[in-house]
Design a protein around this ligand. Structure first.
Ligand SMILES: N[C@@H](CCC(=O)N[C@@H](CS)C(=O)NCC(=O)O)C(=O)O
Length: 220
C-alpha cells in the first residue's frame, strides 16, 4: 500500500488533495493509497519517525510500495497525475504542458511562496522553525499582490489560466489566493476576474466543502 502524508489545511498538501478531487477521486477511498494525517499542532512533522522519512519535515510526502519517498508537492502531484484518473491536469499537449508549467511556477513562486514567507516570518507558530525577520512580511505581501495583478489580466475573458479546462496552474493560483486570507489579503478584492475565479474554485475545493463531500460520501 502507498502512503500519502498530508495536513489537510496546509497549501502544499492541499495541491495533491485538490488534484485528485478535480479528477473525481476521493483520496480516502483509494484502493492502493492510505492517507496519513500529520497534525502540525502536535508537531508530528518533527517526530523522529517522520524526520527519518523526510528530513525536510514537510508535507506532502508520498511513500511508494517499494519504499521510494517523494517529498515535494510537485513530484507528488506529477506522480498522482500520471497514475490516477484519465485527463492530465498538467496539460493536454506539449505546448499546453509548457504553458501550465509556466503559469504554475509564477503562481507558486510569486504568489503562494511570498505569502508563505510572510506567514513564516510573522506567525507565532513558525517561530521555532524560522528565524523570523518581521521586515520581510510587508515586501513579501507586496510581491504577491504584484503577481496577482498579472493574473487578473490573464483571466480577462476566461475561466481558467490555460485552455478551456482546469489545470494544475489553477489549483496553485487558487491555493495562493486562499492562503493570502491568513495575511488579510482578501481574494475577492484583487480584481473582478480573480474574484470570479476564486469563488468558482472555492466552491469546489475549499477545506470545508471538501470535508463536507467526504462526510457525505461516508454517510452513503
Ligand atoms: N517544497 C515543499 C514545501 C512543502 C512545505 O513547505 N510544506 C509545509 C506545509 S504547506 C510544511 O510541511 N510545513 C511544515 C512546518 O511548517 O512545520 C513542497 O512543495 O512540497
Amino acid at each position: 500500500m502507498k502512503k500519502l502524508y498530508v495536513t489537510r489545511t496546509a497549501p502544499n498538501p492541499r495541491k495533491a488533495l485538490i488534484l485528485l478531487a478535480s479528477k473525481g477521486i476521493d483520496v480516502d477511498n483509494m484502493d492502493d493509497v492510505d492517507v496519513v494525517d500529520i497534525d502540525f499542532a502536535a508537531n508530528e512533522q518533527m517526530s523522529d519517525e517522520f524526520t527519518n522519512m523526510n528530513p525536510m519535515q514537510t508535507v506532502p510526502v508520498l511513500k511508494l510500495d517499494d519504499g521510494t519517498i517523494l517529498n515535494d508537492s510537485q513530484a507528488v502531484c506529477e506522480y498522482l497525475d500520471r497514475v490516477y484518473g484519465e485527463r492530465s491536469v498538467m496539460g493536454n499537449d506539449v505546448v499546453q504542458r509548457a504553458q501550465v508549467c509556466s503559469m504554475r511556477r509564477i503562481a507558486e513562486f510569486e504568489v503562494l511562496y511570498n505569502f508563505m514567507l510572510a506567514f513564516q516570518h510573522s506567525h507565532p507558530s513558525k517561530a521555532q522553525r524560522v528565524e523570523q525577520v518581521p521586515e520581510f512580511v510587508a515586501p513579501s505581501i507586496a510581491r504577491s499582490a504584484k503577481a496577482l495583478a498579472y493574473f487578473e489580466t490573464i483571466l480577462e475573458g476566461r475561466d481558467y489560466l490555460v485552455g478551456e479546462q482546469l489545470s494544475f496552474a489553477d489549483i496553485v493560483l487558487y491555493l495562493g489566493l486562499d492562503f493570502g486570507k491568513i495575511l488579510q489579503v482578501n481574494p475577492n478584492e484583487q480584481g473582478e476576474n480573480l474574484a470570479c475565479f476564486y469563488q468558482m474554485m472555492h466552491e469546489r475545493f475549499s477545506i470545508q466543502n471538501m470535508a463536507k463531500a467526504k462526510s457525505a460520501s461516508e454517510d452513503k
